[in-house]
Design a protein around this ligand. Structure first.
Ligand code: NAD
Ligand code: UGA
Length: 479
């Protein structure tokens, strides 16, 4: 069997960029990304793509209409395909058993049923969405129970490890490709066929093959390990802020040990994004279900530390602003969960803003890529009468200098490069005095800003003159 047609169900942050790169690297394969969301597909077919990723536009433009297509016609595309990638969202359940922890797998199941219904020939079905261990087993059962005679489905696990903001670079040059499948002749053949697609641009030694359950668990474990490093350095940052140690120096010293490594040790306002928290909760739920409460508690702590970090940052802003932010204008620079993306899912900025709004602050928010409506929706001011009071406290602007005009403080929540090039002298002149900068991303030059006249507070470094004792008391009573 030669792979001629690939269909991907789910045209989101994973399905879109992944299939764009496959189409780019495999010109002999027809790749079609399908989605039930017509608006999303229309955007993929337009000049304004539904997601922002550096370099994505160029490759889409090169391949679209040649061997890359975006469609709402699930039936036709599923029917034609040799391989189907499932890249639908698998959010945390918000109802029923496992609410708040388990993954909601309804999208995955719906797609499995569509595949079984629409298929008129055998196919390889690839689980690319992040799922709990043994989800492939459920997928297999649903497919088998609904299969027409003479048709066979081989289910593989092929989790995605791209990070938003660097998705194209990650897809072109991944650390590894992981493919899990059944240890049967048919399973091994399916693995080989998927390997033959990736091997068009990825060296053989980077393609890891495992059994299905190892592959599914490796994805959850990888995200938990990555997030664990961030929570660990953030925990150290809290100690730095009261002792005079500098978290950047500590991270450098610790990360220089080759056994530890220097990546993902940047302290900040806390991690965000659609997956770290969701996948750790998934792991916690799995551990609880397996009657491993100690394992569940171990991984839970990473999220608790992350919540503490966000709360701590908001509290530090309020305390430094003389314990009241009521009616004070505060400029929020950056709302996306990280730079180079317009994605705000679980962005730390949301929680920081909510804490400040609860205290009556007037927020003026600027982000280079996040649309205004998204910010209003994340701060839930449109759909909830109780939160209507916040509406008058929020302004979203298209220019950072509008945000800082007559503001008491600047709060940096996302490390957009352009924040390094701002005219801080101009901002200082516009602001009320004393003028504060709270750097949640450790990006500004503290000494330079202090020489302008700013009072600067940054994560993991003691910059204010408050006495040691007061600050410790404050952290303990932060709940
Ligand atoms: P997303 O929300 O951006 O996209 C998912 C898409 O699936 C949506 O457009 C939705 O309309 C579509 N969809 C859902 N159910 C459907 C159905 N029944 N039929 C057709 N279309 C359907 O999600 P995402 O960020 O791309 O994540 C997808 C999966 O990949 C998740 O499991 C996530 O954990 C995982 N993942 C995400 C990232 C990331 O950086 N975002 C990285 C690695 C893995
Ligand atoms: C993360 C993983 O890095 C990907 O490998 C994985 O595929 C993806 O989750 C997923 O499964 O969705 P992503 O969330 O897109 O990718 O971005 P990251 O670069 O990991 O950043 C996540 C959050 O951690 C951001 O808020 C970022 O600002 C923060 N972060 C990251 C830190 O605070 N410090 C760091 O050192 C690194």
């Amino acid at each position: 069997m030669v792979i001629e047609k690939i269909c991907c169900v789910g045209a989101g942050y994973v399905g879109g960029p992944t299939c764009t790169v496959i189409a780019n690297k495999c010109p002999d394969i027809r790749v079609c990304v399908v989605d039930s969301n017509t608006d999303r597909i229309a955007k993929w077919n337009s000049d304004e793509l539904p997601i922002y990723e550096p370099k994505l536009d160029d490759i889409v433009r090169e391949c679209r209409g040649r061997n890359l297509f975006f469609s709402n016609n699930l039936k036709e595309e599923i029917e034609k395909a040799d391989i189907i990638f499932i890249s639908v969202n698998t959010p945390t359940k918000t109802f029923g058993f496992g609410k708040g922890k388990a993954a909601d797998l309804q999208n995955l199941e719906n797609v499995a049923r569509l595949i079984a219904n629409y298929s008129t020939k055998s196919k390889i079905v690839v689980e690319k969405s992040t799922v709990p261990v043994r989800a492939a087993e459920s997928l297999n059962r649903i497919l088998k129970a609904n299969t027409k005679p003479g048709i066979r489905f081989d289910v593989l696990s092929n989790p995605e490890f791209l990070a938003e903001g660097t998705a194209i670079a990650d897809l072109l040059n991944p650390d590894r490709i992981l493919i899990g499948g059944e240890e049967t002749p048919e399973g091994r053949r399916a693995i080989q066929l998927l390997c033959s697609v990736y091997s068009k641009w990825i060296p053989e030694e980077k393609i890891i093959t495992t059994n299905t359950w190892s592959s599914e668990l490796s994805k959850l474990a990888a995200n938990a390990f990555l997030a664990q490093r961030i929570s660990s350095i953030n925990a150290i940052s809290a100690i730095c802020e009261v002792t005079g140690a500098d978290v950047s120096e500590v991270a450098h010293a610790v990360g220089s040990d080759t056994r530890i490594g220097s990546k993902n040790l940047m302290a900040g306002v806390g991690f965000g994004g659609s997956c770290f928290q969701k996948d750790i909760l998934n792991l916690v739920y799995l551990s609880e279900c397996l009657n491993l409460p100690e394992v569940a508690a171990y991984w839970s702590q990473i999220i608790e530390m992350n919540d503490f970090q966000k709360r701590r940052f908001a509290l530090r802003i309020i305390e430094c602003l003389f314990n009241t932010v009521t009616n004070k204008k505060i400029a929020i620079l950056g709302f996306a969960f990280k730079s180079n993306t317009g994605d705000t899912r679980e962005s730390p900025a949301i929680l920081v803003c909510k804490y400040l709004l609860e205290e009556g602050a007037r927020l003026c928010i600027y982000d280079p890529k996040v649309p205004k409506q998204q910010i209003y929706s994340d701060l839930k001011v449109a759909d909830n009468a109780e939160n209507e009071k916040f509406k008058n406290l929020i302004e979203v602007v298209d220019n950072p200098y509008k945000a800082t005009d007559k503001a008491h403080a600047i709060v940096i929540c996302t490390s957009w490069d352009e924040f390094l090039k701002l005219d801080y002298n101009k901002m200082y002149d516009q602001m009320l005095k004393p003028a504060f900068v709270f750097d949640g991303r450790k990006m500004v030059n503290i000494e330079e800003l202090q020489s302008i006249g700013f009072h600067v507070e940054t994560i993991g470094r003691k910059t204010s003159k408050q006495p040691f004792k007061t600050r410790i008391t404050r952290y303990i009573s932060s709940d």
